[in-house]
Write a protein that binds this ligand. Structure first.
Ligand code: SF4
Ligand code: FES
Length: 199
């Protein structure tokens, strides 16, 4: 679980960019092309937009590669919204909310609001997606049968990385299929991260 974080200082806001978590979904570039321009160096110019607009676009980065620190007293990112797992067709799980990733001994590895987790088994930077699914992983991203414990729970989503096994999710969760047509809610689930599940 590697990281390589670059920071870009602006007058009102500092942008943090973890290159190892960027899978080039390009929400940043299309959202604010004058701030995020991969053809320039540095590729991030935080002062080319107002801080609120920049924070809004950064929060759309699905992988958590981008984060920000406000210097102007503006709002920080809220991690109290609902926890949503959206399956990407032929790709990772995009997860948003208040998220804690722990190893199977219970050691907290990460707290975040947005992550993209590998579900093909091929990533070299597990548990994160690193685009290795482009090597040929095919799955339309539907919700399988059963597997989600229904119940009442509030708060953050805990994701345990079981050794040589699935992602164990606990907390209030909404699952959304890749086409958006299926949704399910629950409080516990085990999700495949090797790419071999038939469900
Ligand atoms: S939105 Fe995030 S994952 Fe996508 S290109 Fe920008 S930094 Fe990378
Ligand atoms: S889902 Fe992207 S590398 Fe596995």
């Amino acid at each position: 679980m590697g990281s390589k974080v670059y920071t870009y200082e602006g007058e009102q806001l500092t942008v943090r960019y973890d290159v190892k978590r960027c899978i080039h979904a390009a929400e940043c570039v299309s959202g604010l092309p004058h701030v995020f321009d991969p053809n320039k160096s540095p590729w991030v110019e935080p002062d080319n937009a107002n801080a609120d607009a920049l924070a809004t676009v950064i929060m759309q980065c699905p992988t958590g590669a981008l984060h920000f620190d406000r210097k102007d007293g503006g709002d920080f990112e809220d991690d109290s919204s609902s926890n949503i797992v959206t399956i990407q067709a032929d790709g990772p799980l995009y997860i948003r909310g208040g998220i804690e990733v722990v190893d199977q001994d219970g050691t907290v590895l990460l707290n975040d609001t947005r992550i993209a987790l590998c579900r093909c088994g091929l990533s070299k930077n597990k548990p994160f997606c690193d685009n290795s699914h482009l090597e040929g992983f095919v799955d339309e991203g539907r919700l399988g049968e059963g597997g989600v414990k229904v119940g009442e729970k509030e708060g953050r989503l805990s994701i345990t990385l079981s050794k040589n096994g699935p992602l164990l999710l606990e907390g209030p969760i909404t699952f959304v299929s890749a086409n958006g047509g299926e949704q399910r809610q629950g409080v516990r689930a085990a999700l495949c991260r090797c790419g071999s599940s038939q469900n």
